[in-house]
Design a protein around this ligand. Structure first.
Ligand SMILES: Cc1cc2nc3c(=O)[nH]c(=O)nc-3n(C[C@H](O)[C@H](O)[C@H](O)COP(=O)(O)O)c2cc1C
Length: 296
């Protein structure tokens, strides 16, 4: 890790201690004589690089990791109704225009990805983009060939009968895996990352919402995810870093379908916990719950 290089602009610092209070790693303190923030002795290395100290400082007096607070963006209020409408109107897009997305929107989507939260602020995600529809077509052909062979294998079909229909669809030239999408993003993560399951999915959730707010269609692609898992040569071909596990896959591009209204999903299960004395569960129920939580 880089040395944190904490620099305080003594003219701007009002010694409010907010940087110290908001430090999750508890590695900052106010100097007893000057009241200026500083690292606790030897604690520089516990800093998780979250930059909360830089972000929370009301006067922009604190620089860390050579990040000048003047280069941060200001925070504008968000219209929650618009955000809620975006969440409600987001749809999985499976009809795409057979053309590349403009560079401006592609770059905006890519640049956002460093802001998505990761466990322990680990930020070790890697994004492999298929920027060009010709490359996508190449991958599509390779993956469909491999998938068709696997899905039409009688032994595989014996264990998973519904694979037969999918195999036939691919045989007939339907791109049931990649939905004829012109682009794809594969997020991968080192196997030792602290939140290797969660971080990729969170990043693509952010990606999806920003994309759809910009008129870019997206669809989560479990089928492609399993293709990359089952056929490691495909992951290698597109440049997923060696040693990374594929976290998830999202297809995207200019949509060739327009939805006129939101869907009307059924209510989800929900409960609100209340204060009550701990209930006694039979031992078997507790064991079942424990296993479900751990292995689930
Ligand atoms: C984890 C995950 C994996 C998915 N995999 C696929 C997929 O492989 N192919 C596909 O067409 N849709 C896939 N979907 C999209 C769902 O089928 C979709 O969310 C559902 O049909 C409801 O449509 P909506 O997203 O427009 O509400 C996936 C969604 C999620 C969350």
């Amino acid at each position: 890790m880089n040395y944190p290089n904490l620099t305080i602009n003594t003219e701007k610092c009002i010694k409010c201690g907010m940087c110290v209070k908001d430090c999750i790693a508890h590695c900052l303190e106010l100097n007893q004589n000057t009241n200026l923030p500083q690292f606790k002795q030897g604690k520089e290395w516990t800093c998780i690089k979250c930059q909360h100290c830089l972000a929370v400082c009301p006067t922009g007096a604190l620089e860390i990791f050579n990040k000048n607070p003047d280069n941060s963006e200001s925070i504008s209020p968000i219209n929650s109704e618009e955000l809620l409408n975006l969440i409600k109107s987001r749809r999985s897009i499976r009809q795409y225009k057979p053309e590349n997305l403009d560079k401006e929107r592609l770059d905006k989507l890519k640049n956002m990805l460093k802001w998505t939260p990761t466990g322990v602020n680990n930020h070790s995600l890697h994004f492999t983009f298929v920027d060009d529809i010709e490359v996508m077509d190449n991958i599509r052909t390779m993956a469909n060939k491999k998938a068709e062979k696997l899905l039409l294998n009688p032994i595989v079909q014996f264990f998973v009968p519904h694979f037969k229909g999918m195999g036939k669809a691919i045989q007939e030239g339907n791109d049931v895996i990649f939905r004829n999408a012109p682009h794809m993003v594969i997020v991968s993560v080192p196997k030792n990352a602290p939140c290797k399951r969660e971080d990729p999915v969170i990043s693509l959730s952010y990606f999806e919402l920003l994309a759809q707010s910009m008129g870019v269609g997206t669809v989560w692609c479990g089928f492609a995810y399993y293709c990359f898992k089952l056929f490691p040569s495909l992951a290698e071909y597109i440049g997923v870093p060696d040693g990374n596990r594929v976290g998830y896959v999202m297809l995207f591009g200019k949509p060739d379908v327009k939805y006129s209204r939101t869907t009307q999903p059924d209510d989800v299960g929900m409960n609100s916990a209340t204060i009550q004395s701990e209930r006694e569960f039979p031992v078997l129920t507790l064991i079942k719950r424990f296993l479900t939580n751990i292995l689930g």
